[in-house]
Write a protein that binds this ligand. Structure first.
Ligand code: TYM
Length: 346
């Protein structure tokens, strides 16, 4: 992978830069892990990675924003990211609101992004459907802040699940428009989706993506769920009545979801999963998926328990991360301000 060169970009031009973020709006689930977090961990071997707990994004929906829960959830998400393998010696891990450049660049980009393109974002349309007058401006503007997150770090690649693809394409459009209007300033990012499980579905409603705002807790597997809870959730997963283990997203969303999850956690393909389990029934498939998921999550759960015993250490990691993030973000913001023609402070 080669990066598109932008004059003034710090560091080696041929090293890929990665940025991604996760909201502290609830416990990390299997969709977050398989769609994004696993790729974050793997990319640390080959790229310069910056990852953020995006707390400013978590206040855009008033019904999901509980002031008493925000700080503990932020710390717990950081703890979970570390437990899953984010290594602060190789990656920059920080809390978005600790680096003020994000909010400031978002304002500058607000004057480059258009009302029309934000209004077309599928996620905004879903979340605001039928209540246009009462959704926050922040929810509407959410992808602009996300754009700022990404381009402050000159990211080439953004590892995300399928639901974020439109937001990354928008980030690219906004960066490109800025460069065109004010001169080359930002690297143009691209989304990076995993080969399987880019869209993990709810176990109870397999036509809906697994999401923190699910209707039934039984449909969502949390990374820190106890093994017997995970087994019970897979046992009650909704499938279909034809009894045949094969992949077909349209006709067999529940079975296909199980096969994709199995492929993702065993590092194989859906074809392998069908070859291994095609002869058995749904019960055997569910048991195999549950076992593989439990084994996959066991070390994460153990490591989380260790790290959670020393929150001050996680706090130190985040403070050091914010400092390193600022060292890249501040000069990028300064370039953008300069390109737009602001009077520099004396
Ligand atoms: P968030 O916090 O909703 O989700 C974090 C990551 O998990 C992925 N994901 C899924 N992948 C597969 N199947 C699912 N069911 C599933 N549910 C969630 C998401 O695609 C995401 O990659 N807007 C972002 C956060 C963000 C961000 C950024 C991401 C803010 N700034 C900059 C990338 C770059 C969000 O709400 O993700």
């Amino acid at each position: 992978m080669t990066a598109d060169p932008v004059a003034g970009r710090p560091g080696p031009a041929d090293r890929t830069r990665v940025f991604s973020g996760m909201q502290p709006s609830g416990a990390v689930h299997l969709g977050n892990l398989l769609g994004a977090l696993r790729s974050w961990v793997v990319l640390q071997d080959e790229a310069d990675c910056t990852y953020a707990v995006v707390d400013l994004h978590a206040i855009t929906a008033p019904d999901e924003h509980d002031p008493a829960a925000l700080a503990p959830r932020t710390l717990d998400l950081a703890t979970t990211l570390l437990a899953a393998g984010i290594d602060p010696d190789r990656s920059v891990l920080f809390v978005q609101s600790h680096v003020r450049e994000h909010a400031e660049l978002a304002w500058l980009l607000n004057c480059v992004a258009t009302f029309g393109e934000l209004g077309r974002m599928p996620q905004f349309r879903d979340k605001s459907a039928g209540r246009d007058a009462s959704v926050s401006v922040g929810l509407f503007d959410y992808p602009v802040l996300q754009t700022a997150d990404i381009i402050l770090y000159h990211a080439d690649r953004v590892p995300v699940g399928e639901d974020q693809r439109h937001h990354i394409e928008l980030a690219r459009d906004i960066a490109q428009r800025f460069n065109h209007r004010f001169g080359p300033t930002f690297t143009l990012p691209r989304a990076m989706l995993p080969p399987v499980a880019a869209r993990v579905m709810d176990l109870q409603e397999p036509t809906r993506k697994m999401s923190k705002s699910t209707t039934s807790e039984r449909g969502i597997v949390h990374v820190l769920d106890a093994p017997d809870a995970i087994a019970a959730k897979f046992r009650s997963a909704v499938t279909d009545s034809d009894g045949e283990v094969r992949a077909d997203r349209e006709a067999k969303p529940g079975v296909t979801n199980l096969l994709e999850i199995l492929a993702a956690v065993t590092g194989g393909t859906v074809e392998h999963a069908v070859a291994a389990h095609g002869g058995g029934g749904y019960g055997a498939l569910k048991a195999a998926v549950a076992e593989a998921v439990v084994e996959h999550l066991r070390p994460v759960r153990a490591r989380h328990a260790e790290l959670a015993a020393d929150p001050a250490e996680v706090g130190r990691v985040l403070a050091a991360g914010a400092e390193r993030a600022r060292a890249v973000a501040a000069p990028t913001l300064a370039r953008a301000r300069d390109a737009m023609g602001f009077l520099a402070p004396a």
